[in-house]
Design a protein around this ligand. Structure first.
Ligand code: FEO
Length: 387
C-alpha cells in the first residue's frame, strides 16, 4: 500500500491503536489493533466505516486530508460494533448532506446507539443491491453473524476490492511485522468462530467474485496470495483441524496435574505424535489456548478437581470452547483429585454437549500424584489418540 492508496481512488484512512491492551475488554493485544476505514474518491465520494472513539481526532484529520474540502456523499456502514461505528453520529452531523448506507438491522442499531434521526438520509440495502459512484460500482453482500447480525460486505466491481468487515481481520496494528495466520486465527476463533456456517455462506458468495484485494476492518490489507487466506477461512469455518497434532491443556493446583500433562506430552512424542503443544491454562492467554484447541486435530484436557467441580481455569476453557462451537475433534481426559476426583466425569459431560466429539479411552484418574499405573494408562490413551 503506497501512500495509503489501496488503488488510485481507494484510500486507507484507518488508524493504529497501540495503546489498546484488551480488545473487547477481554483479548490481549500485545501489538495493538488497527481500526481500518477507507474512502473511495469518485464523482461521488464514499467513506467505508468509521473508527473507535479512542481514535476519533486522528481519524477525522486523516479523512479531511483525503477529502480536501470536498463533502462525502455516502457513509457505508459494514458493521455496527463500536470499534467501527463510534463516529457515525459525529460524521453525519459534520456532513449534513451525506447519506448513510447500511442494512435494515444496522439502521435499527444506529438509532439504538445514537440520538440522531437520519430520516431520508438513511439508505437501506440488501443482498445484491448496487450503487454507482461514477467509475466505481459497489455491490452489497449480506454477511449476517460475521460477526454481528447486521454485517454486510461491499464489493467494488471496478477495482475488484472486497471490503470484508471483520472477516479476514486480525489483531495487531498495521505497522506490526508478524505472522498473519497466528493473530488472524486467534482473532477468528475467539470473535467469529461460533458462526462457522455463516462464514461458509459468505465464502460461497465471494467465490463467485473476481477479487484482487481484501480490505478488512482490522489488520493487513490482503493483496497477494489470496488463496492462502481464503483457504484458512474455509478450514476454520468448517471446523476442520488445520494441523495434525495434540494440544494438551492443563489446569493444575499444586503441580501434580501439570506433571501428568507433561508426562502425557512425553509419551505422545515417543509414540510419534507429529506435534504436541502444551498450555498451562492458569498462565496462558486463554484466547490463544482456544485458538490452539481449534487448530490441532486432537485435544487432551488435564484438570484437578476443585470444590467438587472442575478447576476454575479448565472450566472457563471448556465453557469458552462450547460457546465458540468447538466440534469435530478427538479428545483425551485426565483428572486428578485428592479425595473425590469428579473433574473427569464433569469434563466428559461438557464434551458430550459439543458436536462430534470423540472421547478416547481410558479416562485417566490420578489420585493426588501420578503413579506407574497412570503411566501405563497414558500409554494406552496415547495409542488411542494417535492411531
Ligand atoms: Fe471489529 Fe465486530 O468489530
Amino acid at each position: 500500500m503506497k501512500e495509503n492508496k489501496i488503488t488510485d481512488s481507494i484510500i486507507y484512512i484507518g488508524v493504529d491503536d497501540k495503546e489498546m491492551d484488551l480488545f473487547e475488554n477481554q483479548y490481549i493485544t500485545p501489538n495493538g489493533v488497527s481500526y481500518n476505514s477507507y474512502v473511495i474518491l469518485d464523482d461521488k465520494i464514499a467513506i467505508l466505516d468509521t473508527v473507535d472513539d479512542r481514535k476519533t481526532d486522528e481519524w477525522f484529520k486523516k479523512l479531511e486530508e483525503v477529502l480536501k474540502e470536498k463533502e462525502p456523499n455516502y457513509l457505508i456502514v459494514s458493521h455496527m460494533e463500536p470499534d467501527h461505528s463510534a463516529n457515525i453520529e459525529k460524521l453525519a452531523n459534520k456532513y449534513p448532506n451525506m447519506k448513510v448506507i447500511a442494512t435494515l438491522q444496522a439502521h435499527k442499531m444506529i438509532s439504538q446507539f445514537f440520538e440522531m434521526n437520519l430520516g431520508d438520509r438513511a439508505i437501506t440495502v440488501s443482498e445484491g443491491n448496487t450503487i454507482n459512484l461514477g467509475k466505481h460500482e459497489l455491490q452489497f453482500i449480506m454477511a449476517p453473524m460475521v460477526h454481528w447480525p447486521e454485517v454486510m460486505f461491499t464489493y467494488d466491481k471496478t477495482d475488484k476490492v472486497l471490503f470484508s468487515a471483520d472477516g479476514f481481520g486480525k489483531f495487531g496494528t498495521l505497522d506490526t511485522d508478524e505472522d498473519w495466520d497466528c493473530e488472524a486465527r486467534r482473532y477468528y476463533f475467539n470473535i467469529v468462530g461460533k458462526y462457522g456456517a455463516n462464514v461458509q455462506a459468505v465464502l460461497k458468495k465471494a467465490a463467485n467474485l473476481d477479487i484482487k484485494t481484501i480490505c478488512p476492518l482490522h489488520g493487513s490489507i490482503l493483496d497477494k496470495n489470496l488463496e492462502h487466506y481464503i483457504n484458512k477461512y474455509d478450514i476454520w469455518s468448517k471446523y476442520e483441524p488445520e494441523d495434525e497434532g495434540v494440544f494438551i491443556a492443563y489446569a493444575s493446583i499444586h503441580g501434580n496435574t501439570e506433571k501428568a500433562a507433561k508426562k502425557m506430552a512425553e509419551i505422545l512424542k515417543q509414540k510419534g505424535a507429529k506435534k504436541v503443544v502444551l498450555a498451562d491454562l492458569a498462565r496462558s492467554d486463554m484466547a490463544e489456548a482456544i485458538e490452539d484447541a481449534f487448530r490441532y486435530s486432537k485435544l487432551v484436557v488435564a484438570s484437578s478437581t476443585y470444590n467438587m467441580g472442575i478447576f476454575t481455569w479448565m472450566e472457563h476453557f471448556l465453557l469458552s470452547l462450547k460457546a465458540k462451537n468447538y466440534q469435530n475433534r478427538t479428545v483425551g481426559i485426565i483428572e486428578n483429585g485428592f479425595w473425590g476426583p469428579v473433574g473427569g466425569k464433569l469434563m466428559e459431560e461438557m464434551f458430550t454437549n459439543m458436536k462430534d466429539i470423540s472421547i478416547c479411552e481410558p479416562l485417566i484418574t490420578i489420585k493426588s500424584a501420578m503413579k506407574q499405573e497412570n503411566i501405563v494408562e497414558m500409554e494406552k490413551l496415547a495409542d488411542e489418540l494417535i492411531k
